[in-house]
Design a protein around this ligand. Structure first.
Ligand code: 26Q
Length: 745
């Protein structure tokens, strides 16, 4: 990339008389053209990432930063009387729900920066994740028409590379939109748009707004097959053109990574093409596939494990259903010959109870299967895929997640980046492990860090005031719980803990309480009733506390609307404390925990997901671990009775009673329903996620933070220890691991 030429081009963009949208397009297009003008030599072996979600966030600032022209561009346009910050209004590219989609975005960023050839495939949704508003404390969803105002100048439509995808009842054209990812190498994220009949176009209209699946949905199957088949079709076509029909060498040039089971139809399509179009025998095709595919699991929630009704698949994809059935028989025969016990074969089977188990397809075909944190991988090996692990232990490995320090530090906290620059030079930007060399015991260093944290808190408060119209308490501890809304993530438990603190404050039992602000951000899937009730409950608590003169100078709750990547950038930089309180064994990894840590928040968390590795890196003494471990939870399973438990703990009962005793207005019984999730068997057992069991330990942990925060130097040191020990959680490290251990690129 010719930086001077690009800057010169920007210099020559006429500012006068142009709208912000016009300028946005001119600047973005100049960058894209410059990036693409660079001729890339195609590497022999490439990795391909198959993901139904990419949560890219705002592209503009990140790309200018990657190009190394962000500061200059700001100056150039300031001189023309135009403030680039206007582009903070540009919509996020929110083509994902949460962790899994954002991880894909971080990985693309890291791969390009490290110069690894990693190409992404996915869907170009017309509408991204819904926009969220609160009306009377309740979540209201609105369509995310992200292209309407600002368009998408960071992508290039490639009509010349379109490809047809066939369903039994229609043919759909998949038109690629290529988004260059700039770094040491220029990689491409290729998102397919569905075109053709009105029915066909529906396929790429909406992102499924749930991060779990309750039942098989026809449109979801169409989406998954649509992009998987388009991607596989193109790669196979290109290979045949270049190397002919001998597929023996295909795995030398290609390695596929399945981001969860959402693209497992790619396996079936690959087998279909090789056997039906290129005349390989079925065993030959399976052999090639086994050398090509790899699978990452991101969840062990039973309701999120994809199992598609065979009848449903047969209806719209008869050939694919046939191939999966054949694979089922083929694998079964293989396992039988090896003499594996019947129950274990049943456990690993592709067809189970009239459904295709997509996870079992993935595990069978993949050369490598990985979990996303140590404890999660262990759970996969011991529970979810125990039989497969027993017979194919060599397939399994752990790759703990990571996040890109470019967006989650350089971009969102330039003050902290400068702090490192001044003390370490700039080499840490590409090798984050160097930040460990900061001396956390040095008084001047601590004071500088504390000044930065105070400034980021001030910026966050200003932003929240602008967006929500709420003035945050100054000089308070900022505690953030920001993530998708899910029962297992236990925002509900935090709500009850806040009520506990509220009652104690009111009763004068906490005379030395340091003012505290709880910041929540979360979207609930539109159909997830219970999650929406938790949002309502938290908003009611926020209102109650705000209106209570006894406590509102010391305690505050704010639930921000429309939490997204751009909001996250502000919150992770401006928080003191990171709440990661999932029921042990349920959060595969978490990545928000890493972003907050990188910006110097201490963790109040359970021994779950990557929290365990976070405290290993930064020290247990610098964080606040509480609650039941996986082993304890497992042991409780048959004995835990939340009703008795609450009766035995009046401090718990006092707060759960507020759901039913008229403390809060509840004409439509939503809070009553929440209470029943704790005390009655509903779709889960009573208090399935051990909210009450871990509640008082959470309150204690929060009060410990509150006490220790008073020693400013000590607390700042804890924060800095966390920030400077976050290098392991860089997605650069994660991508290096994938590249070396799985992809061989
Ligand atoms: C499946 C079928 C039908 C409709 C939707 C889905 C679906 C969609 C999204 C199922 C799951 C997801 C997303 C899962 C997810 O985001 N998991 C998170 O992945 C992160 C990255 O590895 C982890 O850090 C989190 O712990 C994990 O919850």
């Amino acid at each position: 990339m010719n930086r001077d030429k690009l800057l010169w081009k920007l210099q020559n963009i006429e500012g006068k008389g142009k709208t912000a949208v016009e300028l946005y397009h001119e600047i973005s297009s100049a960058c894209v053209n410059e990036i693409l003008s660079e001729k890339q030599k195609a590497p022999a072996r490439c990795a391909y990432y198959f993901s139904v979600e990419y949560l890219m966030g705002r592209m503009f600032f990140n790309n200018l930063l990657a190009l190394g022209i962000l500061d200059e561009a700001r100056e150039i346009f300031a001189a023309k009387g135009f403030d680039l910050n206007v582009f903070e209004e540009v919509e996020d590219a929110a083509l994902g729900n949460g962790g899994l989609g954002r991880l894909a975005a971080c990985y693309l960023d890291s791969a390009a920066n490290l110069g690894y050839p990693l190409y992404g495939f996915g869907i170009r949704y017309k509408y991204g994740l819904f926009k969220q508003k609160f009306v009377g404390g309740e979540q209201v969803e609105e369509a995310d028409d992200w292209l309407k105002v600002w368009g998408d100048p960071w992508s290039v439509r490639r009509s010349d590379e379109k490809i047809e995808v066939n369903f039994a009842d229609m043919t759909v054209t998949a038109v690629p939109y290529d988004m260059p990812i700039y770094g040491r190498s220029v990689n491409i994220l290729r998102l397919f748009q569905a075109e053709g009949s009105a029915e066909a176009e529906k396929i790429s209209e909406y992102l499924y707004p749930a991060d779990d699946c309750e039942e098989g949905k026809l449109l979801r199957i169409r989406q998954e097959y649509f992009f998987s088949a388009a991607a596989v079709g193109q790669l196979v076509q290109k290979y045949v053109k270049k190397y002919g029909k001998n597929f023996e060498h295909f795995p030398e040039f290609h390695v596929f990574q399945l981001n969860d089971t959402h693209a497992v139809f790619a396996v079936a399509e690959f087998l279909r093409l090789l056997t039906k179009e290129y005349r390989l025998t079925f065993p030959q095709a399976v052999e090639v596939a086994k050398k090509t595919f790899n699978y990452t699991n991101h969840t062990i929630l039973p309701e999120a494990l994809e199992c598609w009704d065979i009848k449903l698949v047969e209806k719209i994809l008869p050939e694919i259903a046939q191939i999966l059935t054949r694979l089922h028989i083929f694998a079964g025969r293989e396992w039988n010959i090896c003499g594996y016990p019947k129950p274990e074969i049943a456990e690993m089977s592709i067809v189970r109870g009239g459904k295709f188990s997509m996870a079992n397809v993935a595990v069978y075909i993949s050369g490598h299967v990985n979990g996303v944190a140590e404890i999660h991988t262990k759970i996969l090996e011991e529970r979810l895929f125990a039989a497969a692990y027993r017979h194919f232990p060599e397939k399994f490995l752990n790759v703990t997640n990571g996040v890109t320090q470019r967006r989650w530090l350089l971009l969102c906290n330039e003050e902290l980046a400068k702090f490192y620059d001044e003390r370490l030079g700039t080499a840490w930007r590409d090798d984050l492990s160097l930040i460990r060399n900061i001396n956390c015991g040095d008084a001047e260093t601590l004071s500088a860090f504390s000044t930065i944290k105070a400034e980021k808190k001030r910026q966050l408060a200003a932003y929240i005031e602008k967006k929500e119209g709420v003035k945050l308490l100054p000089d308070a501890i900022y505690i953030a719980q920001v993530k998708r809304l899910h029962e297992y993530k236990r925002q509900f438990m935090t709500a009850l803990a806040i009520l506990r603190i509220y009652f104690d404050l009111k009763a004068g039992k906490l005379p030395d309480f340091t003012p505290t602000v709880f910041i929540f951000g979360a979207k609930a899937a539109g159909s997830y009733k219970r999650a929406k009730e938790i949002i309502l409950f938290l908003n009611k608590i926020a209102e109650r506390i705000a209106n209570d003169e006894d406590v509102n100078a010391r305690l505050q709750v704010v639930f921000v609307q429309n939490y997204d990547v751009s909001y996250a950038e502000k919150i992770v930089a401006g928080s003191d404390v990171s709440l990661q309180v999932s029921t042990a064994g349920f959060e595969a990894s978490g990545t928000g925990n890493m972003k907050l840590m990188m910006n110097g928040a201490v963790t109040v968390g359970t021994m779950d997901g990557a929290n365990i590795e976070i405290v290993e890196e930064a020290g247990k003494e610098n964080n606040y671990i509480f609650g039941a471990s996986v082993e304890e939870i497992n042991a409780l399973e048959n004995t835990y009775d939340p009703i008795t438990f609450a009766e035995e703990h009046p401090r718990i009962k006092r707060v759960t009673d507020t759901l039913t005793d008229g403390t809060f207005e509840d004409a439509d019984g939503k809070l009553k329903d929440l209470a029943s999730s704790l005390f009655k068997q509903t779709y889960n057992r009573a208090d399935h996620y051990y909210v009450l069991y871990d509640l008082l330990p959470l309150v204690d942990a929060l009060l410990k933070v509150n006490e220790e925060y008073k020693d400013k130097t000590l607390f700042t040191k804890k924060q800095l220890e966390n920030a400077t020990h976050s290098a392991f959680f860089s997605s650069d490290r994660a991508i290096q691991t994938y590249a070396e251990k799985i992809w061989g690129i």
